[in-house]
Design a protein. Structure first.
Length: 222
């Protein structure tokens, strides 16, 4: 490969997957061009993890011309989370509000900062999510940021896991914010199918409430 590659694996807590991905990446033939190397890596990784996906960082988001970032996801998103909203603010403001003021607009989950980084990547929060009479406590993490084009996040606690990517694009006088992701529900939390469907509807409602809160915060921002 012509340039060194840094892997960013999701979920970040799966140390075994990260080790396996690094081991496969170390076997990439040296004579391959970058696109060929990424395709080779994804195919080889799928031998152990059939749903693994390898995505290259957007070129415009690169801050180091000598390093390529590949986002390595253990499995492809099923997209049960797939929502889009238009906020009437410029791209940079939409992105910074989403990433740096998440504790203000994320009303569905109570977030308490643990570590906050200048660009958002690597930030971690204590998370408390209450729904259907239950309370789940865990951690919320910002995995990667490509300002002002995207941010990837994950949350987990007591068997519930959520992961999603949010992309930002200029549209007219505002910004289109598109969130795509998925989640795992812990075994035993919802023993009946009807309960599971009810929980999924509750999660969807909470996402809509958070989106509305985010939009309002964007409008109020200077």
């Amino acid at each position: 490969m012509p340039l060194p590659v840094r892997l960013v694996c999701s979920p970040s807590t799966d140390a075994a997957f990260a080790r396996d991905a690094a081991a496969v990446a170390a076997r990439i033939p040296a004579d391959l061009e970058l696109d060929e190397a990424r395709a080779w890596f994804e195919t080889a990784l799928q031998a152990a993890y059939p749903t693994a996906v390898v995505r290259e960082q957007d070129e415009l988001a690169r801050t180091d011309e000598l390093v390529i970032v590949w986002y390595v996801t253990k499995r492809n998103l099923r997209s049960r989370i797939d929502t889009s909203i238009l906020v009437p603010v410029p791209l940079e403001l939409a992105w910074s509000t989403y990433v740096h003021r998440v504790c203000e607009w994320q009303i569905a989950v109570q977030l308490t900062p643990i570590t906050v980084t200048p660009d958002g990547a690597g930030s971690e929060y204590e998370a408390c999510y209450s729904f259907l009479g239950r309370t789940i406590r865990g951690r919320f993490r910002v995995l990667t940021t490509d300002p002002p084009s995207s941010v990837a996040c994950e949350a987990e606690g007591m068997g519930l896991s959520v992961w999603y990517t949010t992309r930002f694009s200029a549209e007219g006088d505002g910004t289109r914010v598109h969130v795509v992701g998925d989640y795992d529900l812990p075994d035993g939390l919802v023993p009946r199918i009807a309960d599971r469907l009810g929980l999924e509807r509750a999660i969807s409602h909470d996402i809509d409430r958070a989106n509305a809160s985010y939009r309002e915060l964007c409008i109020r921002s200077p």
